[in-house]
Design a protein around this ligand. Structure first.
Ligand SMILES: [Fe+2]
Length: 302
């Protein structure tokens, strides 16, 4: 049987895919001890990234956005690990916080397969771990593919519990005006790129064309469906985990859900539009990160 992943160019047999995964994990076996240990010691890195934005209103020079993504709260990502990420971000005192999806779920879902079993306790773990998360300009969120793969009940629970638990405002194909003094920028968000409901057009609707616009999108490949007239200055994304497992001299053997390697990690550019891709906090399939530590990010607009 062949499976078609819309993140791969060609359908690949499920058996080959799983064999490939096993191969990578076997090769990385030597590093398992290190990777496993580093996960449990929560060696999360705080990455500080300056992003130059054209025509940034003076009031927003030095404005900081804390970015948390790909928590994957599950049997293989503990509440303590999530709490360490939240506490590390709070040491940087961000002006605003952005959450870019994949809050739950830890395995793949093949097309046509049922939704993952949803266990509300893994949402509760995040709400507990993030209870200290605060920012003067608010906390905003978008959903990732794993959140949708967990089914409609999971999506509703995430939306409700995050809003009640730590004040998250959801940007599901909509935007808000962020004001500082008499000046403002636009913060927009889309549903995950692999969902039919992903709509950059709706996300930007009503926002002034000359405003600085920042878009939250779980998957950086949203770049592929933007029209020139949908001008965006900065996209904040996750999704790739930076590859999660990197091999010496080779780097990440998988492009982890994106077709262009430039969207794997860090800052990428498409004309004037920039995209920052975080490695994220959690992990997928196995509790291992190799040469690819978990990340929380402080973006500073300059
Ligand atoms: Fe993820």
């Amino acid at each position: 049987m062949r499976y078609h992943f819309n993140f791969f160019k060609k359908p690949i047999p499920r058996r080959s895919f799983l064999k490939g995964m096993l191969g990578v994990f076997a090769v990385s076996g030597a590093g398992v001890g290190h990777g496993y240990a580093s996960t449990w010691k929560s060696n999360i890195r705080l990455e500080r990234v300056e992003v130059t934005i054209r025509n940034l209103p003076p009031a927003f020079r030095g404005f900081t956005i804390g970015l948390l993504s790909d928590l994957h709260s599950s049997p293989i990502v503990s509440k303590d690990h999530l709490q360490s990420a939240a506490e590390l971000l709070m040491t940087a005192r961000p002006d605003m916080i952005a959450l870019t999806g994949d809050f739950i779920g830890h395995t793949f879902r093949f097309p046509g397969e049922p939704y993952h079993e949803f266990e509300p306790r893994y949402v509760a773990n995040i709400v507990d771990a993030f209870s200290g998360l605060k920012a003067p300009h608010g906390i905003y969120g978008v959903l990732g593919n794993h959140d949708f793969w967990s089914g409609p009940e999971a999506v509703l629970t995430l939306e409700k519990e995050f809003a009640q638990g730590f004040g998250v405002k959801w940007l599901r194909n909509r935007n808000v005006k962020v004001e500082r003094g008499s000046e403002a920028i636009v913060l927009a968000g889309v549903d995950d790129y692999w969902q039919d409901s992903c709509s950059p057009g709706d996300a930007l609707k009503g926002s002034p064309e000359d405003a600085v616009r920042i878009l939250l999108s779980h998957n950086p490949e949203v770049n592929e469906i933007l029209y020139d007239w949908q001008r965006i200055d900065l996209i904040l994304s996750g999704h790739t985990h930076g590859g999660q497992i990197k091999l010496p001299f080779i780097g990440a053997p998988f492009q982890a859900g994106v077709r262009k390697r430039k969207y794997m990690e860090g800052l990428a550019r498409d004309g004037h539009r920039q995209t920052y891709v975080t490695r994220g906090v959690g992990h997928l399939v196995v509790p291992i990160r190799l040469l690819c530590p978990p990340e929380v990010t402080l973006i500073t607009l300059v």
